[in-house]
Design a protein around this ligand. Structure first.
Ligand SMILES: [Fe+2]
Length: 295
């Protein structure tokens, strides 16, 4: 697939945020984007993997409308129900009342620090991208970090790259989400309902369907093992790949202000919230876009 042709008449105000990943796009109201501007934003997004728009203050319907400019929204989450009236919008609030959020909060807080992952890789077709809206932002902390999984793959030795191209990874959402699934009874993804989270397999190195780049597609949130290796070998290799992926030179970090939008390519990145906001209130809402089967 080829990238959209750049349009010289559309000039975006783009500020790069680190060596290979992240850009802030200023001067746009994301409620009003014409087709050429959407194409230009998509180009920057593909190149920089995550883009930020500050101070947009969208409501859930506007958030969804923005998402639809770039793809088809999925269910909010395979297991956690979406917000009232907008099931495609998934809210994360670790302090929300109720057993479901207490369970989710437990899962999130035992990994406080940074829990790196790529969204929903434990299904056959993980999301293409995610669009996050900062609703309530703590006074300090709570940044999100992103890693560039193309840069991570590129910086490995050719010998290791060759080996990784031969491998298959198992992705399993049970550890994080089976407890919540048991509480809610059943989950839904792409219109299909289920009561158990069956592990899925994805190539360790996938080819980005829009850019043709090779991506190191494993993450500590959901990748449980490498199929072709013994468990010890798999654990050691995954630990190395995880550490390598999130080296500072492969990452960018965003400090949220209420109203910000962050839009990442979920095929070529990992992300993690920094658990340094103590008990402060932090609410974000997310919409994910339908993706394809990693190949
Ligand atoms: Fe996430």
């Amino acid at each position: 697939m080829t990238l959209t042709e750049p349009r010289p008449d559309v000039q975006l105000d783009v500020r790069y945020l680190s060596g290979t990943i992240g850009a802030e796009i200023a001067g746009l109201d994301v409620r009003n984007l014409d087709e050429a501007t959407v194409a230009a934003v998509r180009q920057v997004w593909l190149e920089r993997r995550v883009v930020f728009f500050r101070g947009q203050h969208l409501d859930p319907a506007e958030h969804l409308a923005f998402a639809r400019l770039f793809g088809e929204p999925t269910e909010g989450h395979p297991v956690i129900p979406g917000v009232k009236d907008n099931p495609e919008v998934f809210e994360i609030d670790y302090t929300a009342a109720g057993e479901l959020y207490a369970t989710y909060g437990d899962v999130a807080s035992y990994e406080r620090g940074v829990s790196w992952h790529t969204d929903v890789t434990f299904v056959k077709r993980p999301p293409l991208g995610s669009i996050l809206r900062a609703v309530v932002v703590p006074e300090f902390g709570g940044d999100t970090l992103f890693s560039d999984q193309v840069a991570a793959f590129k910086s490995l030795s050719p010998a290791l790259q060759d080996f990784l191209r031969t491998l298959t990874a198992v992705h399993d959402g049970k550890r994080q989400f089976q407890g919540i699934l048991d509480l809610v009874g059943e989950g839904t993804w792409e219109g299909e309902t289920f009561t158990a989270l069956e592990p899925v397999e994805h190539p360790v190195v996938r080819t980005h369907p829009e850019t043709g780049e090779e991506v190191l597609f494993v993450n500590p949130g959901f990748t449980s093992r490498i199929k072709e290796l013994t468990l010890n070998e798999s654990d050691a290799l995954l630990a190395y790949l995880h550490a390598h992926s999130v080296k500072p030179e492969h990452t960018v970090r965003h400090h949220w202000t209420a109203g910000d939008i962050g839009f990442w390519d979920n095929r070529s990145t990992q992300h993690a919230v920094s658990g340094d906001f103590g008990g402060q209130h932090r609410v974000i809402q997310r919409v994910t876009l339908r993706g394809d089967e990693p190949r």
